[in-house]
Write a protein that binds this ligand. Structure first.
Ligand code: G
Ligand code: G
Ligand code: MN
Length: 758
């Protein structure tokens, strides 16, 4: 495993410790390597010195040995040739021999001198030779191979030198013995530059080393040792000069150096540690500050990091600060965007909701711009945004500067404080009335009509807890009731949750055949018979039972599902018309067409294709109010229907926003007076007047008139008298299923005859 890997395994919580540890580790390693190199070099050099010294000492000793040997041999030789001595030996004159030996021994300064006869007999002076030693000496000399060498006498090594005594034949040897004792060895030791120890070893324990010393292990640690063999009189017991020198002693002069080295190393490490610690402090402090700043940024705290240097870290801190600044700005912008409407710059719904939630007795007033889409289509989106902004400013000024929020496409709202609903409605009414004046947009005045909804906070548990939502519904409720201001009416709104699934269930019902068409007859006064029927949708829900068409048709219109519903009705009506004709009843079938479908050209394509393909005789009853939404396209589509031979009827006339202007422009064939006028016809002379004038007006525009809601013979008679063209109502027939209708049509119409007579 590499060093970096090992360091990687150690997890440092801070950079500073890590830097310090890494640097110290590296420095320590370098120091160790240097120390190893120095110690090795020093040891090697010391060993070389020791080796050289020992080799030299060995050589010197050899010379000394040789020199001494030849000196002694010379002395012995002189005596051996002396005539008198030879004679004394030959005549066994022991006293003379002994005195001569003593004499020579003293002169030569040796420990012992002797004469050894060829018969093995010895005369010794200065030293007692045991028999074993004498035996070894004699054996050596007699072999003729050795005249000088080491001899062990009494376990002590002696340098022994012999010279032959010839008279003229060999009769013996003059022998000198010199003790190789400690004192002599000291002399050798002193000759060496190094304090080695020398000894002559008699019983060799290891092989001689030759000229060069070797390193051996001793109880005192490694030592250098030189073993030089010396000639020995006893072949079985070789003798050696052994020089030893403990290496520990060789290293002693360097010990101080090593200590110094160690001290310098430790001091260096300490210095490095201090230095790195201090340096890394300078390095890591700005990083720590950055780390801290990033940490706080994560917690949403926009702090800046101090810029303390011009290096990379300094630049990093500066970039970080710039980033923090950007983030702060961006968040401020996001917050602004989240609370403001992009188009108008006014506060938005969220802002209004927060404002409403902040106050206990807060009421939300929402102003809906009437006919918003019509106005927007006329002046364009940009101008509409400016108009809303201007209107917001105006309302805000009227409301003492309270901020006006844009809540929906054409809705502005504000929060007011009022003691109760009546007061809130009062304020809303005052504001709505005051704000109605035309606004100048693109240099032209634009009429502004407002409808206001007022709501307080709902029960927290309810789905409609938000006063903004409630006020938005109140605007719709006000429009439905044709009032300028309305407070949210919870009871009238009902339970919206229950109706959420209604549309998907309606689509299922359409497939499953739970939706049917009922037919209500239309009586023609002139022809005096039933000439048509109106197809009315019925939905029998498996769980809810009969679902009122007003409810599901309205929802289908709002959720964009009216088209499939109507397409189904057209196909069904065409098929049923064929069934009726087959039963002998040729009748115009009226189908109700939602005004919303008049802005859908592709629906018109569908309807026209169906009618053309079946040659059906249809009448489209169009809800008048809806016609007003997109007048141009609606008029164009109605014209296409008329051209294709489909009769067009304006339904519910009088109930909606009746506009004579449009009445003139629509290519309609028929006007259906709303049943609310007909139901009270026989009681109210005012209704009678209205109905009469409407019939006249319609006739003058070339339209036929149908009265719906005819329940009494009196009403029927009155209508006939007014010149009404057709009548529809319970008196003539209720909406019934197709089978029942054909049955009823087959029966004689007794009541109608009665009515004619009335
Ligand atoms: O049946 P009566 O209560 O049935 O009808 C209520 C309303 O539903 C009427 O105003 C009628 O115009 C509308 N209505 C009934 N059937 C249809 C239909 O097929 N299409 C549309 N658009 N309206 C219908
Ligand atoms: O708006 P439209 O013409 O589609 O209206 C037809 C509606 O009028 C249907 O809901 C139908 O049930 C209802 N209706 C038809 N004849 C009478 C009547 O004589 N009296 C009452 N009250 N409603 C009628
Ligand atoms: Mn109708």
């Amino acid at each position: 495993m590499s060093a970096t890997k090992i360091l990687g395994l150690v997890r440092f919580r801070n950079l500073r410790t890590r830097l310090t540890v890494v640097y110290m580790g590296l420095f320590g390693l370098a120091l160790l390597l240097a120390a190893i190199a120095v110690v090795t070099a020093v040891t090697n050099s010391a060993q070389r010195v020791v080796r050289d010294e020992m080799t030299a000492a060995g050589a010197v000793y050899s010379q000394l040995w040789t020199a001494r040997s030849s000196q002694l041999q010379q002395g012995a030789g002189v005596l051996a040739q002396d005539y008198g001595f030879r004679e004394a030996v030959a005549t066994n004159d022991e006293a003379t021999v002994r005195s001569a030996l003593d004499n020579l021994r003293a002169r030569q300064g040796v420990d012992g001198a002797l004469i050894l006869g060829v018969d093995g007999y010895a005369t010794t002076t200065g030293l007692a030779l045991d028999d074993a030693a004498l035996d070894r000496l004699f054996t050596g000399l007699e072999s003729g191979q050795i005249e000088s060498g080491v001899l062990a006498i009494d376990g002590q090594a002696y340098q022994v030198v012999a010279a032959p005594v010839n008279a003229p034949v060999l009769i013996g040897w003059v022998v000198f013995a010199e003790r190789l004792d400690a004192a002599q060895m000291r002399n050798l030791e002193q000759l060496s530059a190094i304090p080695l120890s020398a000894a002559v070893v008699l019983n060799r324990v290891s092989a001689p080393t030759g000229d060069g010393p070797i390193t051996v292990r001793t109880p005192d640690g490694p030592s250098m040792r030189l073993d030089r063999p010396l000639p020995s009189f006893d072949k079985a017991a070789p003798a050696d000069l052994v020089l030893t020198y403990p290496l520990k002693r060789a290293m002693r002069p360097y010990e101080a150096l090593f200590w110094w080295l160690a001290a310098i190393g430790v001091a260096g490490l300490a210095l490095l540690m201090g230095g790195t610690w201090a340096l890394s402090r300078g390095l890591t402090r700005p990083i720590s500050a950055l780390d801290e700043a990033v940490h706080r940024l994560q917690q949403g705290d926009y702090v800046e990091a101090p810029v303390t240097s011009a290096d990379e870290i300094g630049r990093l801190a500066a970039s970080f600060n710039a980033m923090v600044g950007d983030l702060r700005d961006r968040e401020a912008r996001l917050t602004h965007m989240a609370l403001h409407d992009q188009e108008t710059g006014l506060p938005n719904r969220l802002s209004l909701e927060r404002q409403a939630a902040a106050q206990a007795d807060a009421w939300v007033v929402l102003f809906g711009v009437d006919r918003f889409e019509v106005v927007r289509n006329a002046i364009g989106y940009d101008s509409m945004a400016r108009l809303l902004a201007a209107l917001g400013g105006r309302l805000s000024a009227l409301a003492d500067g309270a901020p006006m929020a844009r809540v929906g496409a054409g809705a502005l709202g504000l929060v007011i404080v009022a003691a109760d609903e009546a007061e809130a409605v009062g304020i809303a009414t005052r504001l709505a009335e005051a704000a109605q004046a035309p606004l100048m947009i693109n240099g032209a005045p634009v009429d502004i009509a407002l409808t206001a909804g007022v709501a307080g906070r709902g029960a927290a548990s309810s789905d409609l807890a938000s006063p903004v939502d409630r006020a938005a519904i109140a605007v719709d409720q006000a429009r439905a009731a044709r009032r300028m201001v309305a407070a949210f009416d919870e009871a009238a709104y009902g339970d919206p949750g229950d109706n959420l699934s209604l549309i998907s269930e309606l689509m299922t019902a359409l497939r499953d055949g739970d939706v049917t068409l009922a037919y209500q007859p239309k009586y023609d006064f002139r022809a005096e018979r039933i000439t048509g029927v109106e197809a009315l949708m019925r939905w029998s829900h498996p769980r809810r039972g009969f679902v009122p068409p007003d409810l599901f048709i309205g929802m289908a219109e709002e959720t964009g599902h009216i088209r499939p519903l109507t397409e189904w009705a057209i196909r069904r009506a065409i098929a049923d018309q064929k069934t009726m004709a087959a039963a002998g009843h040729v009748l115009t079938v009226s189908v109700n067409i939602s005004g919303r479908l008049l802005s859908d050209e592709s629906f018109a394509d569908f309807a026209l294709a169906e009618v053309a393909a079946s040659a059906a005789d249809l009448c489209f009853e169009i809800t008048e109010t809806a016609v007003m939404d997109n007048p141009e396209l609606a008029l164009h589509i109605i014209a296409r229907f008329a051209e294709a031979g489909i009769a067009v009827s304006l339904d519910d006339y009088g109930a909606g926003l009746s506009s004579l202007t449009y009445l003139k422009q629509i290519r309609a064939d028929e006007l259906k007076i709303d049943k609310s006028f007909i139901l009270g016809l026989d009681q109210s002379s005012r209704d009678a007047l209205l109905v009469k004038s409407t019939i006249d007006l319609a006739h003058s525009l070339g339209l036929k008139v149908t009265a719906e809601g005819v329940e009494t013979p009196t009403a029927l008679a009155l209508l006939r008298g007014m010149g009404c063209d057709m009548a529809q109502g319970y008196l003539i027939g209720r909406p019934v299923a197709l089978a029942l209708l054909t049955e009823q049509l087959a029966a004689p119409v007794v009541e109608l005859d009665l009515a004619r007579q009335a």
